[in-house]
Ligand binder design. Structure first.
Ligand SMILES: C[S@@+](CC[C@H](N)C(=O)[O-])C[C@H]1O[C@@H](n2cnc3c(N)ncnc32)[C@H](O)[C@@H]1O
Length: 221
């Protein structure tokens, strides 16, 4: 599976060292963590996978409420910065791994009580494949939470961006159900302010939550 134009793993690696300098990203992660905690009954025993974690902003914002955490990202630079943050924070039970689930699934049996992912799906070409692999990485009865852009007119990124210009609720629900998830909810939880050609604009971000229900049959194919 190829990466999307210039927003590939090398580009994200180049952004990693200064990623957390943008206080808006830190605040966004805090808001996202609150929205997740409002929706999902988090437990300190839970294992968590933050997929496309970047430097780990979202997972660190949730760290007081959950157990072991894996920060996973395809960009080596992001994983290096995440490892530095882990070493500095001194909180046990967090590790960072470089992995791209669109290239290879996790080893069978490596599953998490909660899988979270923020602003990653729109960068991934084959969203159904990724969701299927994230479903496989979710434990029976476990939870999934993704935050990403609501539909936009292609203004959020540069003109040559070939990823997804956000996701409609219908498309998202179909993709999550197709991967096997049930108990779906989708709601807008925050806005990202960004200048487009010198004009301040707001882009909506949804939180989608879902569960892997042991009693619900997993779709074939
Ligand atoms: C917009 S950043 C978001 C980072 C972080 N979740 C946050 O909200 O601060 C997108 C992240 O997804 C990662 N990413 C993109 N495609 C990926 C893939 N196929 N597998 C794993 N990570 C990916 C990028 O390396 C980058 O760290």
């Amino acid at each position: 599976m190829r990466d999307m134009t210039q927003y590939d793993a090398r580009w994200f690696s180049g952004q990693a060292a200064t990623w957390d300098d943008d206080r808006r990203k830190v605040e966004r992660a805090r808001q996202a963590a609150k929205a997740i905690a409002d929706e999902i009954p988090l437990d300190p025993s839970w294992t968590v996978l933050d997929y496309g974690a970047g430097t780990g902003l979202l997972a660190f914002a949730l760290a007081d409420r959950v157990g072991e955490i894996v920060l996973m990202d395809s960009a080596e630079g992001m994983v290096e910065v995440a490892r530095r943050r882990i070493a500095e924070c001194g909180r046990p039970g967090i590790r960072a791994e470089r992995h791209d689930l669109t290239r290879a699934p996790l080893p069978a049996g490596e599953q998490f009580d909660l899988v979270i992912s923020m602003m990653v799906l729109h960068h991934v070409e084959d969203v159904p494949l990724l969701l299927k692999r994230l479903f496989a990485a979710t434990a029976e009865g476990g939870w999934f939470a993704a935050l990403d852009l609501e539909p936009e007119q292609g203004e959020y990124h540069d003109a040559d961006f070939t990823g997804h210009h956000g996701f409609s609720r219908g498309a998202l629900r179909r993709a999550l159900a197709g991967a096997g998830f049930g108990h779906l909810t989708v709601r807008k939880v925050l806005e990202i302010e960004k200048e487009v050609q010198g004009v301040p604009r707001k882009f909506g971000v949804f939180l989608a939550t879902a569960r892997k229900d042991a009693e619900r049959p997993v779709p074939v194919g």
